[in-house]
Design a protein around this ligand. Sequence first.
Ligand code: CUA
Length: 315
Amino acid sequence: MDITNAEFTSVYLFATEQAKVIGFLHYADLVLSIIIALIVGGILAYVIVRFREKPGDAEPVQDHGNTKLEIGWTVGTGLILAVLGVLTAGVMYSMSPPLGTNQPDVIVIGHQWWWEYRYPKLGIITANELFLPQGMNLLFEVRGADVVHSFWIPAFGQKMDAIPGHPNFLFYKPIRSGIYLGTCSEYCGADHGLMRIIATVLPVARFNAWAHGQAQVPPEPTVAQAIHGKQLFMANTCIQCHSISGTGAKARVGPDLTHIGSRTTLGSGVIPNDLPSLASWITNPQKFKPGCYMPNMRLKPADAHDIAAYLETLK
Ligand code: CUA
């Protein structure tokens, strides 16, 4: 996965069906506004030129009010607003149809300062890098673990607040494969700017292959350094915060590390995921993400390296 080719920020990419519908409303409003501006501006320009005072003109006739005109522009404005209101309500309804008995396909949980992604129907829990199948209408449940965050991928259209104790729901139907970047968009503390979202939309067959891999328990490490790294991981406080399937690490405070080796970045998009970067991150996460809740464990460099070697085996 090459995130240097990811498509960032533009709300005009329309990577989901919902973003396309919002785009339609945007253009409809824009065209209507331009037409109104041209009509009003045109009449104004005509009046300014046509009724300009010429030398010797008499005092104009003084009058007050014109009931027909006033009713006309009040009703006209009301009709324009009614059209916009109906269009807007229709788009809002299509964004948030009744949930019925649907179960969420993806549960997004905003944490200080990273994203947890759960796929309850697939038995997958992962972090920071979101994968989605193309062409399926997916129900998202958005939650907050600690404070209010906001989940926003501009190319997907709608953003949604992640509020503790108040799950929100929205649908996304990704229609273009590709990698789309997003970010937390509700100020949530020190590392608000370092809560990046990397969403990869894959054709269904490739998504299924990804999901199959993520649902597996990772194999035991076979290289001496990685075996030692696993012992250190299980003996240190790592397991107070992190989970790795098939091991004694079952905590849900920090990101699930079951397949951390398959991710492109570390620390919610802060640094690339490779052995030297992961070893430096484990040695002192604060260097890359000041304020993050993972402490400096004061590990010996060789031990940090071995733990990183173990984690990199978790593909
Ligand atoms: Cu999370 Cu801002």
